[in-house]
Write a protein that binds this ligand. Structure first.
Ligand SMILES: *[C@@H]1O[C@H](CO)[C@@H](O)[C@H](O)[C@H]1NC(C)=O
Ligand SMILES: *[C@@H]1O[C@H](CO)[C@@H](O)[C@H](O)[C@H]1NC(C)=O
Ligand SMILES: *[C@@H]1O[C@H](CO)[C@@H](O)[C@H](O)[C@H]1NC(C)=O
Ligand SMILES: *[C@@H]1O[C@H](CO)[C@@H](O)[C@H](O)[C@H]1NC(C)=O
Ligand SMILES: *[C@@H]1O[C@H](CO)[C@@H](O)[C@H](O)[C@H]1NC(C)=O
Ligand SMILES: *[C@@H]1O[C@H](CO)[C@@H](O)[C@H](O)[C@H]1NC(C)=O
Ligand SMILES: *[C@@H]1O[C@H](CO)[C@@H](O)[C@H](O)[C@H]1NC(C)=O
Ligand SMILES: *[C@@H]1O[C@H](CO)[C@@H](O)[C@H](O)[C@H]1NC(C)=O
Ligand SMILES: *[C@@H]1O[C@H](CO)[C@@H](O)[C@H](O)[C@H]1NC(C)=O
Ligand SMILES: *[C@@H]1O[C@H](CO)[C@@H](O)[C@H](O)[C@H]1NC(C)=O
Ligand SMILES: *[C@@H]1O[C@H](CO)[C@@H](O)[C@H](O)[C@H]1NC(C)=O
Ligand SMILES: *[C@@H]1O[C@H](CO)[C@@H](O)[C@H](O)[C@H]1NC(C)=O
Length: 620
């Protein structure tokens, strides 16, 4: 099984069995492909490597020298199908502090030559800490650095024992694909400096706010495998991966954090046409099952939550020139998704073994999924108890329109999902009733024209989560997250004859999130608007980009009561055209949340959508 962002098995067969594009009727593979650059080896060592990066807000760390530990230094050459790389981890004994306000993982890497994008994962004791994709190198070399705030894994990182740290990246090196990834991973432990800061984090009882750290983390991943990553591989729509587990008897809160990435036939799932279109046109080599995917999480066979993932485009996806040097949204640090499990604790606190399951609706191979169960333990009691009061799963609502003639057609797929659960847990904090709601909706409009050579996709996901924690004789605590994932893709394929093709692609990726510390508050406690537009043209022969140009523009705006950050940046052919960074809070940005309904969105504005454009009460 492949562990690349690129469909490796397919890629091998392309290389050694069939020349690319030699078969008729692979229109979709023609329009949405994965490629890398045909750069000649460089003999010039005086040109400095290009620095690639993903636009994101900096991690706020205290003004203090952290303890640091270089946990791994490794050269990832031919690692495909091999075991992960292991290291022994123990908390640095020379570190004078015991408590930390921030813990940061830093991945630094260099590469030179020609290589595809490779997916990789980083785990500690089976708990995944980072899912990411490598940058595609160039002949003169590249360098990149990814920093991730891993403070939420505090209890695991501070354990007083030796643990296994593992990294898997399935790289393939041969005469054509020469890039070896040289990697250093360093951990930084920042002490507390301000008393207030510590109080803020410690005052967290219900774990319903930010900054709360679990006492124990149980991994749902494969035990140190002999090959490939620790993630589970989901290969089709009926494939369910199940793991048995038991929890301690004094848990009062549980949150499942899900890691997910999609590859091979589902790398571009949002552009997969329905099966009736494929069958009617006798297409054999085209990934189908339509454009809707959902990761379903079940507990003892009952659905407890769903993940409708953001459409991460890896660094070789659609047109690799788009992602140089500004990488795609989420590509260097894939988003993870939290599902509140607390209402189900009543069922789990019975000293018995339970089963957690993962599946992907409509999946084609392959999805890499694993998860971490974060548990909060009652230090003043050895036994908590609870009861599930209510559990509503509104079945997946699907409406679709499929209208095609030959290879031309229009397809609309809309889905909705609602999951709500309520349960109480009795601990030394009292009897707390927790209600968790997931309210999700999705629309995808896909147009196929020019006999399948032109594909236009518009997709929007509304991913809303809210959690209420109610205690008798006390105000309810709550939090809410509203996420909007936007995708626009225009992809035109022009056959140049001779095994050479030209691809013209415009892409828009949007990731917006508003978080509320009080679910009923009018104003969010933080808001993120991250929007990327790219335009690319390339000439491709045998999966190698012979020539082309890519341009990307990105606006990133993060506002919160504590900290604001904005960046407005653009690149073309590796050159940064402008780069404006702002750190002052812009109140207007805080209240304007929805994506501007510009020309690319095919549907009339939805009411809920308009309602999210709240007027700034300050009139700014
Ligand atoms: C290497 O690159 C530098 C800077 O671009 C240039 O001045 C030099 O002539 C190049 N040398 C060779 C051998 O190409
Ligand atoms: C971890 O430590 C054990 C015991 O000292 C040793 O046998 C093993 O080789 C170490 N593993 C790595 C990857 O260094
Ligand atoms: C990793 O790269 C970043 C960015 O260049 C640099 O600031 C940092 O010092 C590097 N870390 C190590 C351990 O060299
Ligand atoms: C990794 O660390 C070594 C030793 O400090 C250094 O020589 C090397 O340049 C680093 N590599 C990367 C990719 O940062
Ligand atoms: C760590 O564990 C060792 C052996 O189990 C024990 O001797 C030591 O006191 C522990 N240290 C801390 C800080 O708990
Ligand atoms: C789905 O994948 C599983 C796991 O590889 C396999 O056992 C099963 O046969 C597959 N089902 C279909 C219908 O292909
Ligand atoms: C698909 O194959 C069937 C059976 O071979 C044939 O009758 C039909 O005309 C084909 N359709 C197309 C669009 O090629
Ligand atoms: C599909 O649309 C193209 C124009 O985009 C047209 O030339 C072609 O004839 C159409 N094919 C069919 C089967 O209608
Ligand atoms: C076919 O490929 C050769 C070599 O790559 C090139 O010289 C020629 O112009 C190409 N012909 C067409 C029609 O693209
Ligand atoms: C693609 O982007 C280019 C450059 O911005 C623009 O001129 C063109 O109209 C866009 N095409 C589509 C279909 O979005
Ligand atoms: C990028 O390359 C293309 C084609 O070589 C050229 O037309 C364009 O002006 C270049 N853009 C920049 C910003 O250098
Ligand atoms: C799909 O959703 C869009 C946007 O909400 C709406 O405009 C459209 O009417 C829906 N179509 C169907 C077939 O439900």
């Amino acid at each position: 099984m492949s562990s690349t962002c690129f469909p490796l098995l397919f890629f091998l067969s392309l290389l050694f069995l069939h020349p690319l594009f030699s078969q008729a009727n692979i229109h979709k593979t023609k329009t949405l492909l994965k490629s890398t650059l045909l750069s000649q080896p460089s003999t010039n060592d005086t040109i400095p490597p290009t620095r690639f990066f993903e636009v994101t807000k900096p991690i706020r760390v205290p003004n203090a020298k952290p303890c640091s530990l270089t946990i791994l230094q490794h050269d990832f050459g031919y690692t495909y199908g091999k075991p992960p790389v292991f290291a022994n981890y123990t908390f640095p004994s020379d570190c004078p502090y015991q408590e930390f306000s921030k813990i940061v993982l830093e991945w630094n890497a260099t590469c030179k030559g020609r290589q595809f994008d490779r997916i990789f994962g980083v785990w500690l004791s089976g708990v995944e800490l980072l899912r990411s994709c490598t940058a595609e190198p160039r002949a003169t070399g590249i360098v990149w650095s990814v920093k991730k705030d891993i403070t939420r894994y505090n209890s695991l990182l501070l354990m007083n024992k030796t643990q296994t740290f593992s990294v898997y990246m399935g790289n393939l090196v041969d005469k054509t694909y020469t890039g070896v990834y040289h990697v250093n991973i360093t951990l930084y432990f920042y002490p507390f400096v301000e008393k207030m800061n510590r109080f803020e984090e410690k005052a967290e009882i219900l774990g319903s706010g930010v900054g709360s750290k679990a006492d124990l983390i149980i991994p749902f991943s494969r035990d140190l495998p002999l090959k490939d990553g620790l993630w589970y591989e989901i290969e089709n729509a009926t494939d369910v991966k199940v793991k048995e587990f038991e929890i301690p008897q004094n848990v009062y809160r549980a949150v499942l954090e899900v890691y997910v990435s999609f590859h091979e036939n589902d790398e571009f799932w949002y552009g997969n046409p329905p099966n009736d279109y494929i069958a009617a046109n006798n297409l054999t080599n085209l990934a189908g099952n339509g454009p809707f995917r959902e990761v379903v999480v079940s507990l003892d066979g009952e659905v407890v939550g769903a993940v409708w993932p953001f459409t991460v485009v890896y660094t070789g996806g659609i047109n690799p020139l788009l992602w140089r040097p500004i990488s795609g949204v989420g590509s260097f640090d894939l988003p993870t998704y939290d599902i509140e499990i607390t209402p189900f604790l009543g069922n789990l606190l019975d000293e018995k073994t339970h089963k957690l399951g993962f599946s992907v609706t409509n999946a084609l191979n392959v999805w890499y999924i694993d998860a971490n169960l974060h548990l909060w333990l009652d230090s003043k009691s050895t036994k908590t108890e609870g009861k599930l009061l209510q559990h509503d799963i509104v079945p997946l609502g699907v409406s679709s329109v499929s209208d095609f003639k030959g290879l031309n057609g229009t397809f609309i797929t809309n889905t909705t999902r609602f999951i709500s659960s309520t349960g109480w847990v009795k601990s030394s904090y009292g009897t707390v009733t927790t209600k968790s709601i997931q309210d999700l909706s999705y629309s995808n409009s896909m147009v196929m024209a020019k006999d399948g050579d032109l594909q236009i996709v518009h997709q929007m996901i509304h991913f809303n989560d809210s959690i209420y924690a109610m205690m008798p004789a006390s105000d309810a605590k709550s939090k809410k997250s509203l996420k909007r994932f936007l995708l626009y893709l225009y992809s035109d394929y022009l056959d140049q004859g001779n095994g050479t093709s030209m691809s013209v692609a415009n892409v828009t990726l949007g990731f917006n999130e508003k978080k509320y510390i009080d679910a009923d508050a009018r104003l969010p406690s933080s808001s993120l608007r991250n929007l990327q537009n790219g335009q690319g043209v390339m000439v491709v022969k045998d999966n190698l980009v012979v020539s082309g140009v890519g341009s990307t523009q990105q606006t990133y705006n993060y506002d919160s009561s504590k900290f604001c950050y904005s960046r407005n940046i653009s690149s073309s052919n590796y050159t940064i055209l402008y780069d404006e960074v702002g750190k002052t809070c812009n109140n207007r940005a805080k209240f304007h949340f929805g994506f501007a309904l510009s020309r690319w969105w095919p549907f009339p504005a939805r009411r809920a959508f308009l309602a999210s454009h709240v007027v700034d009460p300050n009139g700014n």
